[in-house]
Ligand binder design. Structure first.
Ligand SMILES: NC(=O)C1=CN([C@@H]2O[C@H](COP(=O)(O)OP(=O)(O)OC[C@H]3O[C@@H](n4cnc5c(N)ncnc54)[C@H](OP(=O)(O)O)[C@@H]3O)[C@@H](O)[C@H]2O)C=CC1
Ligand SMILES: O=C1CO[C@H](CO)[C@@H](O)[C@@H]1O
Length: 362
C-alpha cells in the first residue's frame, strides 16, 4: 500500500483582512462566526434587518460594532471583506453597494448568488469591472470528505470516473423568505450537490431533472423532491437526489436523516456520508487497485461540514485579498453552477434533457 496523504481541512495561510458580517440568522450566528472565531479571522462589525438580533449575535461573538443597516456596515471604512448571509433576493443590491466602496477589497456572497442567471452574470461582470474580488460561499466543496475525495480523484486513485451519486434524505431548515420565491429545492439545496459534482467531475454536458411537490412541505412550492441525472464531458454519469424530508417530522418518530455519496471508477470506488444535519463528521472510505491494494481505507478527521467548512471558504478569500491571486471559489465559476441550476429548471419546465450549451449561448 502506498504512503498516502489526506488533507481534510486546508491550512489557514491568511487571516489579516477585517470582516463585516451581514445577517444575524441561523447560518451567520451558528456557522460563519463559529468558524471565524475558531480560525482567528477578525470580525469588526455586524448588521442585520433587526438591530436587536445583530446586537445579540455581536455580544455572543464579541464583535465590536453593530450598524443599523447592512448598507451602513458596507460603508464602514474599516470593513475590508463584506460577508453576506442574507435573503438572496436582497443580495445583489448589497453586492453592488459593496462594489462601489473603495475600502472593500473582497465580498463573500452566499449561495444562491442570485435568483436569476441574468442577475448572476451581471454581478460577475460588474465585479470584474470594479476590480473587486467576488467569491461565493459554495461550502460543500470544503466539506472534509469532499476535499479528501477530490485529492483521491486528482491523484487518479480511482482511475476513470464512471458514475457518481449523491443521495439526500434530510430536512433543511427552509428559511421564511423562501416561501415567497417560485424556486425551492434546486436553487437552495440541490445547488450544493450540483456544484460539488462540478468540483469533482468537471463540466457537465447535459442534465435531466424531474421534481414533485411534497405534501409534507406545507407552503406552496413546485420543486420539493428533485432527481437530476447528469452526463459530464468526461463521459461520467451522475445522479443527484434531494428528498428534503426523511419520514415524518413528529415527536417520537425516529428519523434516519442522511446524505450519502458514492463514486465508481475503473480502478476503485469511494463512498461515504456528509455528516449533516446530525452534527457529526462526514466520512469517506475507499478501495483502489492502484494505491490501496484493493483494500478499503478510511481516512479520519473530527471537523465537520457545519461549521468547519466555513473556515476554508473564508480562508480562500482572505488569501486572495492578501496576495491578489484569484480565489478558489470565483464568481465566474459560480455562474456555471447557476447555469446548471437554470438548465435543471428548464428541464423540468420542458420535460426533456437540456444541454448546457443551450443555456450558455442564449
Ligand atoms: N452555504 C450554506 O451552507 C448555507 C447557506 N445559507 C444561505 O445563507 C443565507 C441566510 O440564511 P439563514 O441564515 O439560514 O436565514 P435566516 O432566516 O436564519 O436569517 C435571515 C437573515 O436575513 C435577514 N432578513 C432580511 N430581510 C429578511 C426577510 N425579508 N425575511 C427574512 N429574513 C430577512 C434576517 O434579519 P433579522 O432576523 O435580523 O430580522 C436575518 O439576519 C441564505 O442565502 C441561505 O441560502 C443558509 C444555510 C446554509
Ligand atoms: O444551504 C443550506 C444547507 O443547509 C441548510 C441547513 O439548514 C439549508 O437550509 C441551507 O439553505
Amino acid at each position: 500500500m502506498k504512503d498516502l496523504v489526506y488533507a481534510p481541512d486546508p491550512p489557514v495561510r491568511s487571516k489579516g483582512s477585517k470582516i463585516g458580517a451581514i445577517g444575524a440568522g441561523m447560518i451567520m450566528a451558528e456557522c460563519h462566526l463559529a468558524a471565524y472565531a475558531d480560525a482567528g479571522f477578525p470580525v469588526v462589525a455586524i448588521a442585520s434587518r433587526t438591530r436587536a438580533n445583530a446586537q445579540k449575535v455581536a455580544d455572543r461573538w464579541k464583535i465590536g460594532r453593530v450598524h443599523d443597516t447592512p448598507e451602513a456596515l458596507i460603508e464602514d471604512p474599516e470593513v475590508e471583506i463584506v460577508d453576506i448571509a442574507y435573503p438572496p433576493d436582497q443580495q445583489p443590491a448589497l453586492i453592488r453597494h459593496a462594489l462601489g466602496q473603495p475600502h472593500v477589497k473582497g465580498i463573500l456572497a452566499q449561495k444562491p448568488l442570485a435568483l436569476s442567471l441574468d442577475e448572476a452574470r451581471a454581478l460577475r461582470d460588474e465585479a470584474a469591472a470594479a476590480g473587486k474580488i467576488l467569491s461565493v460561499n459554495q461550502n460543500m466543496r470544503y466539506d472534509q470528505a469532499m476535499q479528501v475525495l477530490k485529492q483521491i480523484l486528482d491523484r487518479g486513485e480511482l482511475g476513470e470516473v464512471v458514475f457518481a451519486q449523491i443521495d439526500m434524505h434530510a430536512i433543511p431548515h427552509w428559511q421564511d423568505f423562501l416561501k415567497e420565491y417560485d424556486r425551492l429545492t434546486l436553487s437552495n439545496m440541490s445547488v450544493h450537490h450540483l456544484d460539488v459534482l462540478r468540483f469533482l467531475l468537471g463540466e457537465p454536458e447535459e442534465i435531466t431533472t424531474v421534481v414533485r411537490t411534497d405534501p409534507r412541505t406545507t407552503f406552496q412550492h413546485t420543486d420539493g423532491i428533485c432527481v437530476s441525472t447528469l452526463r459530464f464531458e468526461s463521459g461520467a454519469l451522475a445522479l443527484s437526489t434531494e428528498d428534503v424530508w426523511s419520514g415524518p417530522r413528529a415527536e417520537g418518530y425516529d428519523d434516519d436523516q442522511h446524505i450519502t455519496f458514492r463514486i465508481d471508477g475503473t480502478e476503485g470506488v469511494a463512498k461515504g456520508t456528509i455528516g449533516w444535519p446530525t452534527g457529526v463528521a462526514s466520512t469517506l472510505t475507499y478501495a483502489s487497485r492502484k494505491t490501496t491494494g484493493g483494500q478499503w481505507v478510511t481516512p479520519g478527521w473530527e471537523t465537520m461540514w457545519f461549521p468547519h467548512a466555513f473556515i476554508g471558504v473564508m480562508e480562500q478569500l482572505q488569501h486572495a485579498v492578501e496576495t491578489g491571486a484569484a480565489p478558489a471559489l470565483t464568481v465566474a465559476d459560480n455562474v456555471k453552477t447557476v447555469e446548471l441550476i437554470e438548465a435543471a429548471y428548464r428541464s423540468v419546465a420542458e420535460g426533456r434533457t437540456v444541454r448546457l450549451s443551450e443555456i450558455q449561448t442564449p
